[in-house]
Design a protein around this ligand. Sequence first.
Ligand code: HEM
Length: 386
Amino acid sequence: MRSWNGRDAQDGEHLNDESGMLYGEYLMLDKVIKAQRMVSQEHNQPVHDEHLFIITHQAYELWFKQIIFELDSIRELFSTELEESQTLEILKRLNRIVLILKVLVDQVMILETMTPLDFMEFRGYLRPASGFQSLQFRLIENKIGVQHEHRVKYNQNYSNVFGSDQEAMKLIEKSESEPSLSLIVQRWLERTPGLEAKGFDFWGKFQRSVEKLLDEQKQMALKETSDSARRFRLAEWENQTEVFESIFNPKVHDALVARGERRFTHRALQGAIMITFYRDEPRFSQPHQILTLLMDIDSLITKWRYNHVLMVQRMIGSSQLGTGGSSGYQYLRSTLSDRYKVFVDLFNLSTFLIPRSMIPPLTPIMKNHLCLNWETNTYINGDDKA
Ligand code: HEM
């Protein structure tokens, strides 16, 4: 039997005969450890830092692979009727993705120990290779739910890069056509218990609370004795009225979705708001954690983009083209916007919060339904006017 460094196992060496496999064999280290080809060396101009450059990219790709593995499994778990035990598993796996992304954000620093001059010494050999051609990065974006029309223009051509690679094209097309994490999460949010108009009717109750709040706000504004204070308060009230109109009027909501400023369906947004308000109720506590982790994923990918852009500027400045043919720094900077935040609506939920005292109180039936005591759970859909 051969060990990973190519030596034959000698008598007396500690081998795990029972499993019949050695560490290196199991991990196929002969492939992984030998997969660093320094192009500068092949050109008889070895550049020390190229080794780090390769290892860093490979480490990223390995972690990308793990993220995809987790994402696929999470989407599968979500697609079935969710049991409480599955929610825990989803939480565990989402949290794992978050932790991996944290490592990926920090990992940029290691590559930054390479100076621009070092990089310049081997950069020429790389052309036209570029992270732009990272298939796994695109798969992650698609599987999470980045939509084609939200990508910046140059980025909309990303699939051309894989044109000659049939297998890659198939994976890209599949990732674009199958339900993304965002879509699946929306379907799940749409089923939030308590949204039924004939049941607890959260949305109707919430709307009435907001109307009361806005009315109080207006009365307070009109009571202001100073002209400027009154004008200021009334402007504030008008702004608030418009903000809430954007969620209560489905047409305004749809217009925002069409403009790409909002992503979730109207019903999914309602579910997310409801979970946010009643997150202290036992059955909403895990869903609330899920929403928080989804935001973490968006935040961390944005942070990675930002760290990567800063590194790119440090390495090649802001006017050199990228090896992949983009405008380089300028292109990458344009990807930092909200366009790539799949769960941007969850970030914006704070806009629609109202004081605790005005949150519609739960009816006893609803309260009972959201507790974890299954024995006494008597919630009947459509019969909650208590
Ligand atoms: C010296 C270090 C690096 C430089 C100078 C650099 C430069 C660039 C440039 C200029 C682009 C824009 C596309 C183009 O090439 O025209 C790009 C895109 C990209 N790079 Fe890097 N990169 C570096 C390190 C890394 C690392 C370590 C990764 C990890 C996988 C990475 C992943 C990516 C990805 C995924 C994109 C596509 C981003 C998008 O289109 O949204 N890069 N890089």
